[in-house]
Design a protein around this ligand. Structure first.
Ligand code: FES
Ligand code: FES
Length: 216
C-alpha cells in the first residue's frame, strides 16, 4: 500500500515537474526556429563573372547555379531538364570546365568565371560550334542544344589539352575520334536523338572529315 502511495506520489510529482517544464518546450522550439531562420533563411553574397560581366547576387545559400542563372539573372538559355544530374541540359562552363549547373550551389562559385550559351555567341555572331549545329542540323526541338553546345566546346578543349577519357587508347596521345566524342558527350542526352548530326557538327569544328568516312 505504502509503495502504491509512493509510486502515485512520484507519478504526480513527475507530472507536476513535466507540467512545469512544458512551457520551456515551445520556448526552446521558438529559439531553434529563430536559429533555423537565421541559418537557412539568410541571404549570402556571391560574386561571379558571368559571360564576361562581373555580377553580384544575394542568394539563399540553397540556390543552385542553374536557378541563379535562370531565375535571378534571367539567362534562360541554360535549360532545366531533370534537375538532378542526368540529362546535361544545364551544362555550363565554369573556369574552363563543363559542369551540370543543377548539381552545384551558386554560393560555391564565388569568384568563378561562368560561361553560358548566351556568352558563347550571339544570333549576330555565332560561336563556331553554334554555327556548326545549325549547318549540320544538330537539333530538333532544341531543348538539349545549349547544354550540348557548351559541352561540345569544352570537349574539344579537353581533347586539345590531352585529358584522357574512358575510351582513350593511348594516354600519351589523346586524339579526336567519334568514340572519344561519344564517350565525352554521353552525359548530354537528346530525346530527339540528333546524335549523328551533333557528332558531325563537332567533327566540323574540330576540322575533321564530316563526310562519314574515316571515322574511328
Ligand atoms: S538539368 Fe542538370 S543534368 Fe539535367
Ligand atoms: S534536340 Fe530535342 S532533345 Fe535534343
Amino acid at each position: 500500500m505504502t509503495s502504491d502511495i509512493v509510486s502515485r506520489r512520484s507519478l504526480l510529482q513527475g507530472g507536476a515537474a513535466l507540467a512545469a517544464a512544458t512551457p520551456l518546450v515551445p520556448a526552446l522550439a521558438q529559439g531553434n526556429e529563430g536559429m533555423a531562420k537565421k541559418e537557412t533563411g539568410g541571404m549570402m553574397p556571391v560574386s561571379m563573372t558571368v559571360n564576361g560581366k562581373d555580377l553580384h547576387l544575394d542568394l539563399d545559400p540553397r540556390t543552385t547555379l542553374l536557378d541563379a542563372l535562370r531565375e535571378h539573372l534571367r539567362l534562360t538559355g541554360t535549360k532545366k531538364g531533370c534537375d538532378h544530374g542526368q540529362c546535361g541540359a544545364c551544362t555550363v562552363i565554369v573556369d574552363g570546365r563543363r559542369i551540370n549547373s543543377c548539381l552545384t550551389l551558386a554560393v560555391m562559385h564565388d569568384g568563378d568565371k561562368v560561361t553560358t550559351i548566351e556568352g558563347l555567341g550571339s544570333p549576330e555572331k555565332l560561336h563556331p560550334m553554334q554555327k556548326a549545329f545549325v549547318v549540320h542540323d544538330g537539333y530538333q526541338c532544341g531543348y538539349c542544344t545549349p547544354g550540348q553546345i557548351c559541352s561540345a566546346v569544352a570537349v574539344l578543349d579537353e581533347i586539345e589539352a590531352g585529358i584522357p577519357s574512358h575510351v582513350t587508347q593511348d594516354l600519351d596521345k589523346v586524339r579526336f575520334s567519334d568514340a572519344e566524342v561519344r564517350e565525352r558527350m554521353s552525359g548530354n542526352i537528346c530525346r530527339c536523338a540528333a546524335y549523328p548530326n551533333i557528332i558531325a557538327a563537332i567533327r566540323d569544328v574540330a576540322g575533321e572529315d564530316v563526310s562519314g568516312e574515316n571515322r574511328a
